[in-house]
Design a binder for this molecule. Structure first.
Ligand code: MN
Length: 290
């Protein structure tokens, strides 16, 4: 093997790799380290006196960098896939059958609620996003107030329903555990006080809306909020953890005007592990306290 030729080939390759990784702006420590090592190593080698050992080290570094690059590509690809482009939200499938929450929520309600109502929020959000994009492109913002309102209404509708489905399951109920339960005790005194407050908030929503358990990152406390429609009264700083839909479409076919009974029965299908998981993730966010 011609060590010098190999070295020159690697040197050439590395120049291209450096340009490539700069254009990518990889935020990727391991790759950065390997690139620095390679840079240092190449500069320390005298090309006319290159040894077999140095060549073997070069080969190892080339292999490492190639592997790390492939990993970086994978990470980039994954984060690309996690982005939802403008106007391309989809209705997520229900995580269970339409009849799975019976007798507490009927098959008929779930089918209408998910397939018709939730779908219309997804469609409305997509349309609002596209229209706002069009406004930016044409520099015509005359209808902006309308589309902003639509984006808020349908966006909140879509996101809250997605959480709502995930927050329920057959044979749910009981009480939460772990960090969430400790936080509930800290912020509401005890679980029953929390449950009473949440139920009352749901029963007292004026017209259509939601009761929502939220994590408030600034004071680092749980709070219970009402939301009229989907978006009025929203506290934008918070992260919804457990929403309860009290629009009539969520219960009227089954409970008629007895929202209270629906709220009381609903506790039997709460999927606490999903809420605990969301709480854990939300807690990692740290706003600067003001
Ligand atoms: Mn609903």
């Amino acid at each position: 093997m011609d060590y010098k030729a190999y070295f020159l080939e690697v040197k050439n390759w590395f120049e291209k790799i450096k340009l490539y990784t700069q254009s990518k702006r990889y935020d990727y420590e391991e790759l950065e380290d390997s690139l620095k090592r390679m840079d240092f190593f190449i500069n320390s080698i005298k090309e006319d006196e290159i040894t077999e050992n140095e060549t073997i080290s070069l080969q190892t570094l080339v292999k490492d960098i190639n592997e790390l690059l492939r990993e970086g590509e994978k990470i980039e690809e994954n984060s690309r896939q996690m982005v939802i482009p403008i106007g391309q939200h989809n209705l997520p499938p229900l995580p269970y059958n339409y009849n799975a929450l019976e007798p507490h929520i009927s098959n008929e309600i779930m089918k209408l609620h998910h397939d018709k109502h939730h779908q219309s929020y997804v469609d409305g959000l997509n349309r609002a996003e596209k229209m706002m994009q069009k406004a930016r492109e044409t520099n015509d913002f005359s209808m902006l107030k309308h589309w902003e309102r639509e984006a808020s209404f349908h966006g909140s509708g879509h996101y809250l329903h997605t959480l709502f489905w995930e927050s329920m399951c057959p044979k749910g109920g009981g009480e939460p555990k772990g960090a969430l339960m400790r936080q509930i005790n800290r912020d509401f005194g005890n679980y029953n006080a929390f449950k009473k407050h949440f139920s009352e908030a749901a029963k007292q929503v004026e017209g259509s809306g939601w009761a929502i358990l939220v994590w408030s990152p600034r004071p680092r406390r749980l709070e219970i909020l009402q939301s009229e429609k989907h978006n009025n009264l929203t506290q934008w700083d918070t992260i919804p953890l457990l929403p309860l839909d009290v629009w009539e479409h969520a219960y009227y076919l089954q409970y008629k005007n007895n929202r209270g009974e629906y709220v009381d029965k609903w506790w039997n299908i709460v999927k606490w592990p999903a809420v605990e998981d969301r709480f854990g993730k939300a807690q990692k966010l740290q706003w600067k306290p003001v």
